[in-house]
Design a protein around this ligand. Structure first.
Ligand SMILES: [Zn+2]
Length: 311
């Protein structure tokens, strides 16, 4: 009988002498089971989500250039198309993926051509459908380090939606402030704008208008307090994060302002103008900064009120 050491040495020798075929890298395991995803899709939409019509269908359309709206009546999902595949931003609520995937097909694109999934932030109304979208597309999920734990837990863990579970989504790649996602000649730049969530991520990308003019789109993560607490902070550093994000956005120039809830960016009014023939309905050089200032004022008012109440 060989000693274990000799057996190990022979095994290693054999392994070196006769390498077998290199095994295919196994696809990384999903974090949510098919049953969990299917149950979440089939669950009734109730309460605030129903009142706010987060999962009501609406017709998809091209916003400008290669940016397409594939969201619901009141919550955005964006498809950025390129000749080499597409980028899909946000998954809305857990029930929304069939609507989003249907919208992508209606516009003539294929869900399986989505290569990257991005997320504005890890609240259920923007991250709830990501696991189902990852399953349907096979796309790599890219997210900030600070929101990754919430995406992979399927729960932001604090604030009004803390404890309300959504199917967890596997994050395949991290993105830091100023880093880019490139595909088919299109480059999106991440701007971390924390506060609303710790890893809140806004995006910019160049886009060409119908008239051939160059524009810059800014997809805003969100800057509302949204029922979270500033005193004491819902997460450590939240107030400083909000203030730094207002400063950061103040330096960004963009003339196509897009956000993830319809009320933030005059969505319905602009869509009406676009469909009536105004190809530049979503172009407004002042809107991002006007919005940022309004959000900052609302934030400071809210903070002062909470400080007063805390004595
Ligand atoms: Zn949110």
């Amino acid at each position: 009988m060989r000693s274990p050491v000799v057996a190990l040495a022979l095994m290693l020798l054999n392994a070196c002498a006769a390498p077998g075929p290199v095994p295919e890298a196994a696809a990384p395991a999903p974090l949510a089971s098919d049953a969990e995803i299917d149950a979440a899709i089939a669950a009734p939409v109730t309460g605030f989500a129903a009142d706010m019509r987060w999962n009501e269908p609406t017709a998809p359309f091209t916003v400008i250039g290669n940016i397409h709206y594939v969201g619901t009546q009141t919550v955005s999902a964006w498809l950025i198309t390129t000749p080499e595949g597409h980028v899909l931003i946000d998954g809305i609520v857990p029930q929304s993926p069939p609507l989003i995937l249907g919208n992508i097909r209606t516009l003539g694109f294929k869900p399986q051509d989505v290569k990257f999934l991005l997320n504005s932030h890890a609240h259920i109304d923007h991250a709830g459908g990501l696991a189902a979208l990852q399953r349907a597309t096979g796309a790599a999920m890219i997210a900030s380090a600070a929101d990754k734990p919430f995406l992979e837990a399927g729960d932001i863990g604090f604030g009004p939606t803390g404890g309300i579970k959504f199917p967890p989504v596997r994050v395949d790649r991290l993105i830091a402030d100023g880093e880019t996602v490139s595909l088919g000649g299109v480059t999106l730049t991440a701007h971390l704008t924390p506060g609303h969530s710790p890893g809140c991520t806004s995006w910019t990308l160049p886009v060409t208008g119908a008239d051939g003019a160059a524009h810059t789109a800014f997809l805003h993560c969100s800057a509302t307090v949204a029922g979270q607490k500033l005193v004491p902070e819902s997460y450590p550093g939240m107030v400083a994060d909000f203030r730094a994000s207002f400063e950061k956005v103040r330096l960004i120039q963009a003339d196509v302002f897009l956000a993830n809830h319809d009320s933030f960016f005059g969505f319905k009014e602009k869509r009406e103008r676009l469909l009536a023939g105004d190809a530049n309905a979503f172009v407004d050089a002042a809107e991002l900064q006007t919005f940022n200032t309004e959000m900052e004022e609302a934030f400071e008012t809210r903070l002062a009120m909470e400080e007063d109440m805390a004595g």
